[in-house]
Structure formats: C-alpha cells, structure tokens
Design a protein around this ligand. Structure first.
Ligand code: SF4
Length: 472
C-alpha cells in the first residue's frame, strides 16, 4: 500500500483497533494505486467500489468482474466489516431508528424515514457532539470522536438493507446530516462521504437532496461555499443573541451577525436556506422572538421549520403550547416566510438526535454509585476560593457551565451559596461542606446544568450524575 496520499477519514483509534484498513474508508484513487502495485488494473478500483456502493455486495467472491486471485487479495488486505446493528426501533409512523455499534464499541444512530414520494435518511457525523446545545441529548454526551467516511456511508448501506427487508426496492432519495454530531465539525469526512453519495456510479444521489445541518460554524460554512456547496440547514432556535447563547454556546464563538454575513454569501441557489427552530415554552416562542427572527432573515431566501420539542430525561425546557406555536407561525407566514410546523418523525422511538445512543450509553456506562469509599486525594479544601484565573466569569445561572471540577464547583457555590443542601446521586442529602468527602476525584471535567445538576464528564464522552442542588 502506497503512502503517497494521506489517509482520508481514518482515525488513529481505528488504526489501533483494526489490523486492516476498512475498504469503506479508502478512496478510489488509492485503491487504483493498490491494484497497480499488485500488478492489477487501475479500473478494478471503481469496479470494486461499485460492488460496495452501487450493488451493495460485501462478499468479494461475488465480484465477477475482478479476477479471482484479486478478489482473494482484496479480502486479505482490507476489512469489509461494517459497524454492527445494536438495536432497531420501529415507529408507528413508519420510520425506523438504527443504533449502530462501531468496531471500537461506539454508538451512533441513523433514522430511515420512508414516505410515499421519497425515502429520506437522517445520518450521524460524529459520536456525540461538543457543541453542548442545551436542548439536545447528543450535546449532553460530549464528543467522543468523528465518524469516518466509511462509517457515514455504512449508515446508507444499513438503511438499504432495512428497506430490502421491508420489500421496498426504492432508492434512498434524500440524506440529511441531522443525526448525532455537528457535521461541519467533521467536514473532511462529511465531504468525502457525500462525494460517494453523489457519484453517479456509486449511490447516484442528487446534490439537491443532501442537506447538511449546522449550529453555525462560520469558517466551515464559508469553506463549504467555496469547495462543496450543499443544501444548508441552520439550527438557529433564536435570533436574539442572549437567548441563543443560552441555548447554544456556539453563539459565543460565532455571533448571529457573523453567521448572517456568511449566509448572505452562501450560494444557496433555488433551494434557499432552511432554518431549524425548536419551539420552547416561554423561551423563544413569543411574537417578540418571531419579530427578531424576521429581522434576522431579511435578505435571505429562507424557510423556517418550527419543531415542537421532543422531550427527554434531564431536559430543562418544556415544549411550546400549540396556541403559541400557531401565533409564531402566523407572524412568519404573514411576512411571506414559509414556516411549517414539523413534528419529528419517530417521536415514539426517541426520534430526536442522540436520544437512543444516549439511552444506550446510560445503560452501559452510568453507574449509580458516585460516593467515595476513601477520602479524596484533593490538595486544597473545598472552601478555598478559586484563583482569579479559574473564576468562571460572568455566567448566567441558566446556562450550562463546563470546565475543570474546581471551576465548576466554584460556579455551583456562586449560584447556590455555600450553605445549601445537596442531593447525591444515590439519593443521600448532604451539606455543601461535606461534598469533599463524597467525591472520588477532583481531576475530572464537570458540567453544571441550568437545573443545578453537576455531572462528571467521562473519557468516553458520557456524563455521570454526581449531585444536584436539593432545592433551588
Ligand atoms: S443540536 Fe446538533 S450541534 Fe447542538 S449539541 Fe446537538 S448535535 Fe451538537
């Protein structure tokens, strides 16, 4: 195998886990070089990848247009293993959620949503996500790692398999990158996977039917505009800067103003740009917020999807009331902005992004016990003030606060005072000055939620509940 081209979509963890490179990650160019080096023909590369992505055949013995000796070599040199299905959940609305387990035992999900006139699938781009949007279950998981190009494509292959099982021989017509993860945070692999989706000799999809949804990473939006403009959906959720920052910490890095400029420059074409707007009761659903939204959208060809919130455990927001949603919608429609109310498909199967994977992670990794058997090895007392550098700054009490354990503890004390009752994860109620004795390690990253719960971030990206304020 030549090293002339950098490995695309291949992460170090997988290099360690796999002895052979995944065939789903390799580019046609590199596979051609491999065939040539092995005294074969360069065009066998495309033929091989057509078996995978057009005919969806994984058994090299069936590759009749490749000489038998090379079929054998292919299966020896590369791994043809796909992520496994961990579980499948069918919704009463006909959609199906597939939870996949990668070779290194990470969970990610995709959703198959057939309807009479199209077959849409919603795919993940990362395991978890580091954007920490407060309404999102994936955001609570933190980022574990990027999905490779092959793992993104594997989601299409599994959805095809599920369609076949249903006796549905239609093609997948639409792909939306709205599953777990921020696609623009893994843009190289998303672009490489999408190239395979669009290639007429592989999945053969239309460019107008692949949508990438982002929370608003401005430099990457500009990069896409230049290199690979696809349909864009923006998770906006508020056009008020303060409120958006509360809901989506990314708004601190990329302001609404900066985002608007990038969108005005984006070659959205006839499709325009879709804005996703989760309706949260009393948070972003009043006419006052609709007015701000209309102002923000001025000059853009826009459609707004109003999404009733899909509640899940640990979520501090409540879904909007029907009446408020209708008023909000009317305000936009009266100003010629299409604003359909879109209920998430698969509502009964944890349809919103990350819910199933988060549940699975919780079942697997969230031990109830967080009480130390021995006193912690902390080197400074809990009552010590954090240093100037560690002070968490001007945080609002209704934002999620992340950082080192000491920083988060300081913020907790700032919010709730030093004389408070605290409920530990095992149900025991203690006093703030007893916390030291109950926490195993102060070396970890912690998260303080707006509801007053403190979570410990695990190396695998999951959060474990440590304690919460007993009474707000
Ligand atoms: S909404 Fe999207 S960007 Fe935000 S945390 Fe969830 S997956 Fe990440």
């Amino acid at each position: 195998m030549t090293n002339s081209e950098p490995k695309i979509g291949r992460e170090n963890f997988l290099s360690e886990t796999l002895s052979r490179e995944s065939i789903f990650d390799i580019s046609e160019k590199r596979l051609s070089e491999w065939f040539v080096q092995a005294n074969g023909k360069a065009f066998w590369a495309r033929q091989t990848l057509r078996w995978l992505f057009e005919k969806r055949v994984l058994d090299t013995k069936q590759y009749t247009d490749i000489p038998p000796i090379f079929r054998e070599k292919l299966s020896q040199e590369f791994s043809f293993e796909l992520p496994k299905i961990d579980s499948l959940l069918a919704s009463s609305d006909g959609s199906e959620k597939i939870l996949l387990k990668s070779i290194d035992e990470k969970y990610f999900e995709c959703v198959l949503m057939p309807s009479p006139d199209r077959v849409t699938i919603c795919v993940s781009s990362q395991v978890g996500c580091r954007m920490a949007c407060t309404f999102c279950q994936t955001g609570r998981l933190g980022l574990s790692r990027n999905l490779t190009k092959g793992e993104i494509l594997a989601q299409l292959l599994w959805c095809y398999k599920q369609l076949e099982k249903r006796g549905d021989d239609r093609r997948i017509t639409n792909v939306v990158f709205m599953g777990m993860g921020e696609p623009l945070d893994n843009l190289d692999n998303v672009i490489e996977a999408t190239r395979v989706m669009l290639a007429p000799h592989y999945f053969g999809m239309s460019k107008h039917r692949v949508t990438v949804s982002t929370c608003g990473l401005v430099p990457e939006i500009r990069r896409m505009a230049k290199e690979f403009p696809l349909r864009l959906a923006i998770s906006l959720h508020s056009a008020d800067p303060t409120r958006r920052t509360q809901l989506m910490p990314v708004n601190r890095q990329h302001s609404l103003e900066e985002l608007k400029k990038a969108l005005l420059d984006y070659p959205a074409g006839r499709d325009g740009i879709t804005f996703e707007y989760i309706m949260l009761d009393g948070v972003n659903d009043t006419v006052e917020y609709a007015k701000k939204l209309v102002k923000f959208l001025h000059g853009l060809k826009a459609k707004v999807n109003l999404i009733p919130m899909n509640a899940h455990p640990g979520m501090e927001w409540k879904p909007s009331q029907e009446k408020n949603m209708r008023e909000f919608q009317k305000y936009l429609s009266d100003r010629s902005i299409p604003a359909p109310i879109r209920y998430s498909r698969g509502y009964d199967i944890s349809g919103a992004c990350g819910q199933l994977a988060a549940k699975r992670e919780n079942e697997l990794h969230l031990p109830p016990k967080r009480i130390a058997k021995t006193p912690p090895k902390a080197t400074r007392p809990a009552t010590q003030q954090p240093t100037q550098q560690e002070t968490p700054g001007q945080q609002s009490t209704d934002t999620t606060f992340c950082g080192g354990a000491w920083k988060v503890w300081a913020e907790f004390l700032k919010r709730y005072g030093r004389d408070s009752a605290i409920k530990m994860a095992d149900g025991q109620t203690i006093h703030t000055n007893q916390v030291m004795r109950h926490v195993e390690s102060w070396d970890h990253q912690w998260v303080l939620t707006p509801a007053g719960e403190v979570l410990e971030r695990q190396p695998n990206g999951t959060d474990v509940s440590l304690f919460a304020i007993a009474k707000k």
